[in-house]
Design a binder for this molecule. Structure first.
Ligand code: AMP
Length: 114
């Protein structure tokens, strides 16, 4: 049994995912359990457990992830609005221990989250 996270296994192409974008630093794929018509996860290829584990040296990578999120939002037709979420730690609702940004849209999202 591999001790890699499920997302690391997707990065390594050991298991399939519906990939919508990839470059040398990151990968974006459709969430397997979408909570909106568009629900994409953007992840760094570097193994970072969560936002709480980001180091100062990761600054350019984190900036890159957000620029990719913005680019994808427009490419996926979310110009009228979208939501980004990063769950961190057990009490933050994080279920996969590899940093990921949720990009959601395609319907009118409500607040508090819904
Ligand atoms: P979080 O709860 O913030 O850690 O989000 C983890 C997300 O990963 C959830 O929205 C899951 O639906 C999604 N997920 C888990 N396994 C997979 C997978 N194999 N492919 C795509 N999305 C996944």
């Amino acid at each position: 049994m591999s001790d890699k996270s499920i997302f690391k296994r997707i990065i390594d192409k050991e298991i399939p995912a519906d990939i919508v974008y990839e470059d040398d630093q990151c990968l974006a794929f459709n969430d397997i359990s979408p909570q909106a018509p568009t629900h994409v996860l953007v992840i760094p290829k570097k193994e970072i457990v969560s936002l709480a584990h980001v180091q100062d040296e990761d600054g350019p990578l984190i900036a890159h992830l957000f620029l990719v999120v913005k680019k994808l939002a427009f490419e996926l037709g979310l110009g009228s609005g979208f939501r980004t979420i990063i769950n961190s730690g057990a009490d933050g609702g994080q279920t996969v221990d590899h940093l990921h940004i949720h990009l959601m849209g395609g319907r009118s999202l409500t607040w508090p989250p819904g």
